[in-house]
Design a protein around this ligand. Structure first.
Ligand code: AMP
Ligand code: GLY
Length: 417
């Protein structure tokens, strides 16, 4: 099978590795790709936010499957264009990707599907904003309605900061604060049937002890030994299946990955957010543990054949992923600095996934906020953490920062069990 993968992040690097490892894959292409992906796929420069370009490349390469990684091309209709030229595509249509593209749309779908989420108001005027802030009280949760690369959400005790963020958004969602541990659960959907992956946890704040601003994600681990029994089945029943059925009933079937960010509150599961694609960095800790061949899974989803697909198989090892970020990320990342030590970081139980980096005259240079993810595998979280942090310690990038506490509390609690 010939496959074209769209994207250039660490998530796509992880997808590329798993797609390349599936024996059914005969050719792997990527666009635009990155220096890590280029080692296992043929990369093609392209404006991936132009749906026609994506479809044309897929047709020229005569691929059997297109896998779209990031939300940008999804919300601009790349999947529609690819299906329009008769090629199977793993990724939702422009209409279905609105589950991620508009928080207000996601709330409407959830209301119609009977899926529980935080109560919310969508506001445009200052008077509405202030009324909504005062209705829910602190901590305030203020979300830009549109796409913001994980940085559009402010959660704060400070009403002035909440109000200032709300006023900086064209359209804003103000919602009730949900308290409880957060998990990310991914459902692979063919439009009718959903297969859930194992849960993961993401660390969204920039700095240790969950301080600093929200980011695209600074680290993750999986599986979650502490998650309540039956959480996956319950999420399928209460969240993923009803949402997929609702999208089908609206004639906008969701074919691709439905990412549910959940809060496990005292009153039950509540959806914090939906994304219409694999999460980053959760993918970098899930895929190294997935034994099921990924290309076969995504092709089955893209062609409506998940009902007969075998149960997913997982490695027993646990995985911890730590993101290395450029100086100044998330506010103003400083880029174009040399990265060294990547080769030294690789060992049997460590994986390295490149994101914001490019190659220049044989050396690696930073080109984005989140530069790479190091994933460590181990028999428990302590060992997986050691492998991830050992790998990361070999990599040098001036001014870079990373969180030192990814999966730390969970690893301490695990030892005490
Ligand atoms: P989102 O981009 O919607 O996932 O929001 C980013 C982060 O903000 C989430 O992972 C949560 O940690 C936090 N957050 C978002 N919505 C809420 C909420 N209603 N209650 C508490 N925390 C929230
Ligand atoms: N890990 C959060 C995201 O992918 O948006």
């Amino acid at each position: 099978m010939k496959i074209l993968l769209i994207g250039s992040g660490a998530r796509e690097h992880a997808l590329a590795q798993s797609l390349a490892a599936d024996p059914i894959t005969t050719e792997l292409h990527a666009s635009p790709g990155n220096p890590g992906i280029a080692k296992i796929a043929t990369c093609h420069p392209l404006d991936i936010n132009n749906p026609l370009s994506v479809a044309t490349l897929a047709r020229t390469l005569e691929v059997d499957l297109v896998v779209i990684g990031p939300e940008g091309p999804l919300v601009t209709g790349a999947a529609d264009a690819v299906r329009g030229v008769g090629i199977a595509c793993f990724g939702p249509s422009e209409a279905a990707a609105q589950l991620e593209g508009s928080k207000t749309f996601a709330k409407t779908v959830m209301a119609d599907a009977g899926v529980l989420t935080a109560r919310a108001f969508t506001c445009t005027e200052q008077s509405e904003i202030e009324a909504a802030l005062d209705k829910f009280g602190a901590p305030y949760v203020v979300k830009d309605d549109g796409l913001a690369a994980g940085k559009g959400v402010v959660v704060t005790e400070d009403r002035e900061i909440a109000l200032a963020h709300a006023l900086s958004c064209e359209k804003v969602v103000i919602e009730e604060y949900l308290s409880g541990p957060e998990i990310s659960l991914f459902g692979i959907s063919d439009g009718k049937t959903v297969i859930a992956m194992q849960p993961a946890q993401d660390f969204k704040r920039a700095f240790d002890s969950d301080s600093g601003p929200n980011t695209g994600g600074m680290g993750a681990y999986s599986p979650l030994y502490w998650a309540p029994d039956g959480i996956v089945e319950q999420t399928l029943k209460e969240v993923l299946n009803p949402t997929i059925q609702e999208m089908a009933a609206r004639n906008t079937p969701f074919i691709g990955l439905l990412y549910a960010g959940l809060a496990l509150t005292d009153n039950g599961i509540r959806v914090i957010e939906f994304n219409a694609r694999f999460g980053d960095p959760e993918t970098q800790v899930l895929l190294p543990r997935l034994k099921t061949p990924l290309a076969q899974l995504l092709f089955a989803a893209a062609t409506g054949k998940l009902a007969d697909f075998p149960t997913l198989e997982w490695d027993e090892k646990v995985a911890v992923g730590v993101v290395l970020a450029s100086e100044g990320y998330p506010e103003e990342p400083i880029i174009d600095r040399e990265i060294t030590g990547v080769e030294k970081a690789l060992h049997k139980d460590a994986r390295l996934f490149i994101a914001g980096a490019r190659e220049e005259n044989g050396s690696l240079k930073s080109s984005g906020g989140r530069v790479l993810t190091c994933t460590g595998l181990g028999s428990d979280l302590t060992e997986a953490r050691d492998h991830a942090y050992l790998a990361l310690s070999k990599i040098l990038l001036e001014g870079s920062h990373h969180r030192k506490d990814i999966a730390l509390n969970a690893s301490i609690a695990e030892k005490g069990e």
